[in-house]
Design a protein around this ligand. Sequence first.
Ligand code: ATP
Length: 460
Amino acid sequence: RLAKRNVQRILRLRTPKECVKALEIVGQLADEMGVSVYVVGGFVRDLIMDREKWRWPNMDIDLVVEGDGIVFAYYLAELLGGRVREHKEFMTAIVLFPSSRLLDKNDFQFDHEEQELRIDVATARLEYYQSPAVLPTVELSSIRMDLTRRDFTINAMAIKLNTSSFGELEDYFDGQGDIKQKTIRILHALSFVDDPTRALRAIRFEQRYDFKISMQCERLIRNAVALQLIQKLDGKRILAELEIILQEESVLECILRMQDFNLLEEIHSSLSLSHANDVDFVTEAYRVLDWYDMLYLAEKIDNLLFFLLVMSKGVSTGEFKGLLERLCLSSVQVEKYLFIRSQLIGVQPKVEAWFEKKRPMSSLHLLLKNVAMEAILYMVVRLEKEHGEELKRQLSYYIYQVRHEKIDITGNDILRLGVEQGAKVGEILQKVLLAKIDGIIAGYDEEIVYAEGLINKIII
Ligand code: ATP
C-alpha cells in the first residue's frame, strides 16, 4: 500500500498560525484521549486547492472524531477557554472560544478584534451508519464511513490531526484527482436520491471554482428533476442552500445553471425564467447589484429579497406569496416581503410619472425615501428597459448621491430661530433638505437663511 500523502507542509504554509495552532491542540488532545481526529470537508478541499479563504472567524473547521465527539468537544473547550453548544441527537457539538486564546503578541498576521471562533465537532461511529447498498462489503474505518456519506469527492477528504500522523491525507475517492481535473463528482449513483439538495450544492461548487459537473453527475441531477425529487424537497433545506448561493460571487452563473437544469421551476413555478427576455432581465439585475456593491454604501442588501423580487417579475401577488411559503419563510418575513413588493408595485408608476413630467430630484426623494433599496434597484433595471438610459442614470444618481444626503443645520438651530419644540421643527428641516437636494442651497449659512425664510412665511 502506498504511503499516504502528508499535507503538513502546505497546511503550515497556507493557513494562519493561529489556525495551525488550533489544529495542533486538537491533535494533542486526541492523543491524550486515545481517539483519532480529522479535519474534514471544505477546509481540506480549499487547502488542497490553495484557495485564499483563510480569514478567521469565517473559516469553518469541521472535525470528525472516531469516538465520542461531544466528550471531545467539552475537553477541547476547556483547553481553549471556550464553551460548548451540543446537539445530542446528531452527536455533534460546536466549540466556541475567544480568538485571543490562540494569539501570541507576535502573531499579528491579521487585524484582530476579540472575536468568538468556532470549531464544529462530529462523531464518526461505525454502528451509527446503516451501510448503503453501494458500499463494498469490507469493514470500513469510521472515518471512511463518514466520508462515504458526503456529497462530492472534493468534499470527502480528511486530514488526520493526531500528533504522530499530523497532516496525513485520507482521500479514498480521489478528490485530489477531481480537483486537478476541475470536476464535481458524486460518490455513488444514489447520491441525489439520498439528498436532492446536493443538486444545488453541485452547481454552487461548480460555479464557485469554475469546475465542471461530471457527465454522470449531470445525468443524475436531470434524473432527480424528472423524478420530481426537488419538488418534494423540504422548503427549509432549499432555502438554506439558496441563501448560500445568493452570497456567492458567481450568483448569476449559479442562477442560470439552475435554470439550465430546470431546478428553478421545480422549486416553485413562479421562479421559472421561461420568457425569452427573462434571462436578460436577471442578468441585468445582477449587473446592477454588482454596481451597487461597488458603491460600498452603508445600506446593505437582503440578497434573498432582491432575488425573489427579480425572479418574480410579472407574477401575481398570490403566486409570490406561494413562493415565500414554499421556501418556508417565517410569517414575519412573509409579511415584510409582501409589503415591500406591494410598495414596489405602487411606487413604480409614480416614478415613471416623475420622470415623464421632469420633476425635481426632491420629489423623487419623497417618493423613494421609505422604499426598500432592493425595490429601488429592481426599478433601475425594470424602468431602464421601458424608459431608457436617462431614467437609469437619474435613479443611480438618487441612490448614491441623494438618498443619504444630510444637512448641516439641526433641530437646535431651528429652535434658536424661535420655533417652538414640536412637529414644525421636523417639517422645516425636511424642507431645507429638499432644497439642498435640488441644489437651491449649499452649506450651513445658506441653510440657516433658507430656514429663516420658511419660518417667516409660516409665521405670516
Ligand atoms: P463552504 O466553503 O461553502 O462553507 P463547505 O464544504 O464547508 O463549503 P458546508 O455546507 O459547511 O460546506 O459543508 C461541510 C461539509 O459537509 C462538506 O464539505 C461536505 O463534506 C459535507 N456536506 C454538507 N452538506 C452535505 C450534503 N447535503 N450531503 C452530503 N454531505 C454534505
